[in-house]
Design a protein around this ligand. Structure first.
Ligand code: SME
Length: 156
């Protein structure tokens, strides 16, 4: 990754911290973070949060920016989001056409990254990003987005 990209990610992290500290409610903050990411990273085309419904072992769609999705509830284990929740780890799929356990939202989507949100060692949600580009996600995206999630977990 070039220096410029690193600088952009660092300045975005700073802005995420400012949003988290701000006066608005949690959902508004989560939506503002989605908006910030989608506006500033060209290969992010849908950005949203899913929150864990612990009793049902399901993910529930929270604030997002991008086209509406039919996947408002996703059982643990299903799709890329459900697999990330079950395994409690970041899931990167560089080509969704090669992923058997995938829930399609739009035919435009070519790749996806899902990062779990943890609080006190427990998974409480996820940050989900779809891209219209094939193989766009680097190690730097993963590190950056895991840092975003660490900051976001302060909201819970
Ligand atoms: N593609 C996801 C479903 C959620 S949408 O991307 C918004 C999956 O396979 O879990």
């Amino acid at each position: 990754m070039g220096k410029t990209q690193k600088k952009i990610f660092n300045s975005l992290l700073e802005r995420v911290r400012e949003i988290v500290k701000g006066p608005s409610g949690r959902d508004e903050k989560l939506r503002a973070i989605c908006q910030l990411l989608i506006e500033n990273v060209p290969h992010y085309d849908w950005v949203g949060f899913y929150l864990v419904d612990k009793a049902k072992k399901e993910l529930v769609l929270g604030p997002f920016v991008g086209e509406p999705t039919e996947h408002v509830r996703i059982p643990f284990g299903k799709g890329i989001c459900g697999q990330a929740a079950e395994r409690r780890t970041t899931f990167v799929v560089q080509d969704v056409s090669k992923e058997g356990n995938y829930l399609a939202c739009s035919p435009k989507v070519k790749s996806e990254i899902v990062i779990p949100l943890f609080k006190g060692g427990e998974i409480i949600g996820e940050l989900d990003i779809d891209s219209h580009t094939l193989s766009p996600f680097t190690e730097e995206d993963r590190v950056f987005l895991e840092d975003v999630c660490k900051i976001v977990s302060e909201l819970f």
